[in-house]
Design a protein around this ligand. Structure first.
Ligand SMILES: Nc1ncnc2c1ncn2[C@@H]1O[C@H](COP(=O)(O)OP(=O)(O)OP(=O)(O)O)[C@@H](O)[C@H]1O
Length: 249
């Protein structure tokens, strides 16, 4: 197997919310390497810490203990200015609720992060992304004139055209019907295969996990298992095993 390069790393990440009786340990010492050019899914029951892990890795939250790295930059060691630059220049986000600017067209939404960063978007990459997500005829439309699936494809193109080191996607198909969801997942898959994009995606959906290269399973704030080259059937089976184990506890 060829040597893999680490795109992001969790090193003993611990996150406690609240105090005393109300204390919740959302992450309980998670150590995990995420590799360049891979599509990784993070799965686990509700409350298992998936979003918290992603937020700590993406420098949106500061862990109680442990370290998060993007490449070799330790996220918690950066001052505010460097952190803003890291998020802007090296990380892409796709959210369940799309988070598009309602007053801007699809084209303007896609170009916004690059424009804020004062960077030019590579025209070929822009054309490629638009073609891949099938939005050629929708570039002048505002989000309210687009379907949910089209809006999420705009959000995917927006994350992709800045060519970030890593894209974090938090349940990107959670608000979509199965057909639109599959379109978005195929697009993400292609951007990994064709552009070598690195993507980490939180999902509850075994079908979505079937599009990835690797699934990491969380339970109670810990990594409890992982699967390479998953199929949705194998992921479903594994999830059933977890549920029956949790039921016996
Ligand atoms: N800001 C917060 N304040 C207090 N507790 C929190 C906060 N954010 C998360 N938690 C708690 O931390 C635990 C992990 O939450 P997290 O959102 O990471 O789980 P998740 O696996 O993403 O869940 P879901 O699949 O339901 O989105 C949960 O028990 C949650 O209630």
């Amino acid at each position: 197997m060829s040597e893999r390069t680490i795109a992001a790393e969790a090193d003993g990440l611990t996150m406690a919310y609240g105090e005393g009786d109300a204390r919740v340990l959302a992450l309980d010492g998670v150590s995990l390497d995420l590799y360049e050019g891979e599509f990784t899914a993070v799965m686990g029951p509700s409350g298992s810490g998936k979003s918290t892990l992603m937020h700590c890795l993406a420098a949106l939250e500061t862990p109680t203990d442990g370290k998060a790295y993007i490449g070799d930059a330790e996220v918690s060691g950066l001052d505010d200015k460097r952190l803003t630059a890291l998020r802007r220049d090296r990380i892409g986000f796709i959210f369940q609720s799309f988070n598009l600017v309602p007053t801007l067209t699809a084209r303007e939404n896609i170009l916004l992060p690059a424009s804020i960063a004062g960077r030019k978007v590579d025209q070929e990459l822009f054309d490629d992304a638009i073609h891949a997500v099938g939005l050629e005829s929708r570039l002048g439309h505002r989000p309210s004139q687009l379907s949910g699936g089209q809006q999420q494809r705009v959000a995917c193109a927006r994350a992709l055209v800045t060519q970030p080191d890593i894209i974090f996607a938090d349940e990107p198909t959670g608000n979509l019907d199965s057909r639109s969801g599959e379109e978005v997942l195929s697009f993400l898959r292609r951007s990994v295969d064709r552009l070598g994009q690195t993507i980490v995606m939180v999902t509850h959906d075994a079908l979505a996990a079937g599009f990835t290269d690797r699934v990491v399973f969380l339970a109670d704030g810990r990594v409890v298992d992982e699967m390479r080259d998953p199929t949705s059937e194998r992921v479903l089976d594994r999830m059933k095993q977890f549920e029956s184990r949790a039921g016996r506890r």
